[in-house]
Design a protein around this ligand. Sequence first.
Ligand SMILES: NC(=O)c1ccc[n+]([C@@H]2O[C@H](COP(=O)([O-])OP(=O)(O)OC[C@H]3O[C@@H](n4cnc5c(N)ncnc54)[C@H](OP(=O)(O)O)[C@@H]3O)[C@@H](O)[C@H]2O)c1
Length: 252
Amino acid sequence: MKATTKPTALVTGGSRGIGAATSRELAARGYRVAVNYHSNREAADQVVKRIEADGGEALAVQADVHDPRQAAELLERATVDGRLDVLVCNAGARFTPTPISRLTWDDFNAKVTGELASAHTLTQRTLPIMEAQGGGRIVYVSSAVADGPPTVGMAAHGTAKAALNTFARFVAYEAGPLGVNVNVVAPGFVRTEASAGMPLQFQRRLAEGTPLGRVAEPEDVARAIAMLVGEDAAFITGSVVTVDGGHGVARP
Ligand SMILES: NC(=O)c1ccc[n+]([C@@H]2O[C@H](COP(=O)([O-])OP(=O)(O)OC[C@H]3O[C@@H](n4cnc5c(N)ncnc54)[C@H](OP(=O)(O)O)[C@@H]3O)[C@@H](O)[C@H]2O)c1
């Protein structure tokens, strides 16, 4: 990345859905944002263009974050003069909900390993950068399904996200003395392209069972992430912030 006076942020999977909203939100709050994408260059370019049209700074950076070598390179390209103030680990591959009876080891392994490989590599490479600059913020995007009641078909996704939550607790413990705050946002259902296949009737029922009366938009999650990387969250670390409009508390 070119030199900038702005604080810098890397959002993995920053080109669509929750990541795109987070890229825009952080740019609006004064960050120069590296918008990571995997395969859809056009979507990433659109996010960058919109940020620039609004007066912000951003660049699109391709990398498959599940590949440790590419994740490490991504970090090098996203830092500015060796600085990275905010890391948001958000990228998530789409998946087909599959009951355990039909869930192959290869699919289960790929889901859990992919989630943890990107979190591990990006975290391990980011901590020395943040330590050298005197601090920073890391947010992992998990899911309410990790701690919620099990639903059929979600074993691989739920296990991956539960492991991510646990990893984040250990990172928070080790990174606190380095001046790095580490937190998790755990959204319930969010209206993105990834969730667009869920029937409208299902979405309506979810909204009815949610105290705040609707399902989440990507911007709801983006604002929670922005809150966690902002000054008001200076003494918050090791937390899981659920962003589900209260759906979890309303469950029987
Ligand atoms: N939507 C929900 O209801 C929901 C609920 C709870 C948690 N979440 C979590 O929120 C995160 C974002 O979900 P979303 O719904 O916003 O997904 P989405 O709309 O499908 O967007 C996924 C983003 O991740 C990128 N991506 C996918 N695999 C990647 C890889 N291997 N390397 C780099 N980038 C990759 C995509 O880039 P390309 O387009 O270039 O492939 C895209 O930018 C995920 O971690 C998901 O598990 C979502």
